[in-house]
Design a protein around this ligand. Structure first.
Ligand code: ADP
Length: 448
């Protein structure tokens, strides 16, 4: 591309306005502007030309394709006029401005300069030097038509433009109809969806109602079970205690002496009754905990004292020579809790650990972790298969084949311990490896 003009011409009178109009269209066509843009350039030129002629001036018109990033057709019209005329002309050209991309009017020394430009479309052929020469040659051969010729061309363009407008209006009407159709479809879909949603909602509401009813029934059943357990165990306690007392009476020195066989049998009865009493007591405790009838007595618990007491009361149980019984000093001196319930939980876990450990150690420790205290009861005993670590918290569940080394169990200790820890606002977890040992962790808030 080059700044060298493609063509230049002059407007000296009305006749030349037609000529410039034709030339403008021709140049626009040659440089690759589309038909509508050709008309736009031609119309813009004839408008400016008309105004210049009306002022009784001559104008020079120069067509160029200036060097730059975007290929553009530029037309400059200059004519002698006072600088203040530029403002007036600019005001008259507001309509013309819409036909081109840029239009500037400047007072240019003793003259006025109108510069307008239109970008070439992307697909326009490249304006090489030889192409420019070719265009120049074509334009030099251009023979201007008469005003009548120009009128006929203008009429044809008008008809084409009107045709296009009609076609666009028809397109618009068709698009509108399609849009309306689509809208109707969307609305129908929306209604269908909202109906389905409503239906689903109704189903969900019904389901929730059923669920509520079921959970009320479940709660009632669980309360009935706890009540039953509490009543039965309470009723059983008196006769069982009586059996134990009677047994003691029969065997103590103040009664008639019994034969050896009789003594053995009475001892058996007493042993069984004692086991039964343990079971009844544990059942009663669990039933109470489940019924929410255990109210913790919150106090500042001195952990050193609790640990000391556990050390003293449990050492006599940990008699196996190959097992070390270690109660560490607590890592945190106090916490707010119920001392009796806490001691009960830890005693339960330690008793289990002692029961299931043949060698190694049983250890109790407490450390602070953030707002909690973690009590750990670890042992090097039989361990618990991983798939059963949750089941041992079910009532009466005992790991099949697990043999307590001392004492019998009821399978109620861990469910009760977990309940108590829950009441104290904490959690009881276990991790274990069969053959290696188990670790029970009680996590309690320092200040619940
Ligand atoms: P119990 O000890 O009276 O049988 P628990 O509820 O305290 O009842 O424990 C349930 C079962 O969990 C025990 O029978 C035993 O199989 C298993 N268990 C509990 N603690 C341990 C432990 N420290 N090591 C191995 N097994 C354990």
């Amino acid at each position: 591309m080059t700044d060298e003009p493609l063509v230049r011409t002059r407007i000296r009178g009305e006749q030349d306005v037609f000529t410039v109009r034709q030339l403008g269209r021709e140049v626009a066509r040659e440089v690759g502007l589309e038909a509508q843009d050709q008309t736009r350039i031609a119309t813009a030129l004839s408008e400016v030309g008309r105004l210049v002629v009306a002022e009784g001036r001559d104008a020079e018109v120069v067509f160029t394709t200036p060097r730059g990033r975007v290929p553009t057709l530029q037309v400059e019209m200059s004519y002698p006029a006072l600088p203040e005329d530029a403002g007036r002309l600019a005001a008259q050209l507001t309509q013309v401005r819409r036909l081109v991309d840029t239009l500037e009017v400047t007072g240019n020394g003793p003259g006025t300069l109108v510069r307008m430009a239109r970008r070439l479309p992307l697909g326009a052929p490249e304006l090489t030097r030889s192409r420019m020469d070719e265009i120049r040659a074509h334009l030099a051969d251009h023979v201007p038509g008469t005003p009548l010729d120009e009128l006929s061309v203008q009429n044809q363009q008008l008809i084409a433009a009107l045709d296009e407008v009609r076609a666009q209006r028809d397109d618009l009407a068709r698009l509108n109809a399609e849009l309306e159709e689509t809208n109707r479809g969307v609305m129908a879909l929306y209604h269908q969806l909202s109906d389905e949603l409503e239906e689903t909602n109704r189903g969900v509401v019904a389901l929730y109602a059923e669920l509520d009813e079921k959970s009320v029934q479940l709660r009632a059943a669980s309360e009935a079970k706890s009540r039953f357990l509490a009543n039965v165990s309470h009723e059983l306690r008196a006769p069982v205690t009586a059996i134990i007392g009677l047994g003691r009476l029969l065997t103590d020195g103040s009664s008639e002496p019994l034969t050896t066989e009789q003594s053995r049998q009475v001892e058996l009865i007493r042993g069984s009754a004692t086991d039964l009493l343990t079971l009844v007591n544990e059942l009663l405790d669990l039933a109470k905990a489940e019924a929410g009838r255990i109210e913790p007595a919150w106090t500042d618990v001195d952990l050193k004292a609790v640990f000391g007491q556990l050390r003293g009361t449990l050492r006599p149980l940990a008699t196996r020579p190959d097992v070390d019984f270690v109660v560490e000093e607590p890592g945190e001196p106090r916490l707010r809790s119920d001392e009796v319930l806490l001691a009960q939980v830890l005693r339960n876990l330690l008793t289990n650990a002692i029961k299931f450990t043949a060698e190694g150690e049983v250890r109790l420790s407490a450390v602070r972790t953030g707002d909690d205290i973690e009590f750990t009861v670890s042992d090097t005993g039989t361990g618990i298969p991983p798939e059963l670590t949750e089941r041992i918290f079910e009532e009466f569940y005992q790991v099949p084949g697990s043999q307590a080394l001392s004492g019998k169990g009821t399978g109620l200790g861990l469910p009760y311990a977990r309940r108590l820890v829950g009441i104290l606002g904490g959690a009881l977890r276990v991790s274990s490896e069969p053959g290696k040992g188990s670790t029970f962790t009680v996590c309690l808030p320092v200040a619940p």
